[in-house]
Design a protein around this ligand. Sequence first.
Ligand code: NDP
Ligand code: 8X3
Length: 250
Amino acid sequence: MLVFITGATSGIGKSTAEIFAKNGYDLIITGRRQERLTALKEILESTYKIQVLDLCFDIRHLNKVEQAILSLSAAHKKIDVLVNNAGLAAGLSTIQDGNLLHWEQMIDTNIKGLLYTTKFISNLMIENKKGHIINIGSIAGKEVYANGNVYCATKHAVDALNKAMRIDLLPHQIKVTAINPGMVETEFSIVRFDGDEDRAKKVYAGLQPLHPDDVAETIYWVASRPAHVNINDLVIMPSIQASATNVIRK
Ligand code: NDP
Ligand code: 8X3
């Protein structure tokens, strides 16, 4: 079995690579940071005796995504599970004060990058007559919150695309699932605040967020259901979070 994970250099994607490796899956891991991909490949191959192919590219660039996927070997084209995980929030501002470069980055990564990856890999799955696409959405794809505007819009787009893919791919018996987490402590907030680690720490101060392993375990559980079962859409929250903005802090 082979799983293709976008954004495996950190956070949820890295934990997802680890749990699939532990369960004997071979992996294709992607991201923009080659040194992290190399380190993860080495540790997973030596620990779990599985095979890992690392592909370093930016999912915002259509030609890079196309080249990376279409130049896979015949064996690597037999992808059983695609985890569309790569994504980010950039900034937290009102619409009127929004940074246009942040908007472009989020739209190009979270929507267009996910679409490019899905287009090429879904065609491989159709040829193989099986497959499962797992889209990482967010509570921000179910609700909107102050200053979250464009990030929330991109995750609402993932929510819509998840439903649309399931309909389009139904005749090919390709499963499509969305996993929508609440707060998970990863590099997400450091990226959102442009490397400001002190500001990022405050997001999780006095509360217990999800650990990326919590989300990865759910992704693995979804992928390991019997062939006749599909989980369409799942929201996973820390127990201290009832909605995007309702949290209990000590
Ligand atoms: P991290 O910042 O820890 O990981 C993000 C991953 O995405 C990295 O591996 C990064 O790799 C990759 N990535 C980002 N931009 C690109 C790009 N242009 N091309 C290729 N890869 C890219 O954050 P998380 O693990 O938290 O985020 C994973 C997903 O989970 C995202 O889609 C996020 O929106 C979603 N999410 C996160 C939540 C949270 O609270 N943390 C809650 C709900 C959803 P690299 O930098 O090497 O390219
Ligand atoms: C990440 C969760 O609430 O910061 O998708 O938008 S949130």
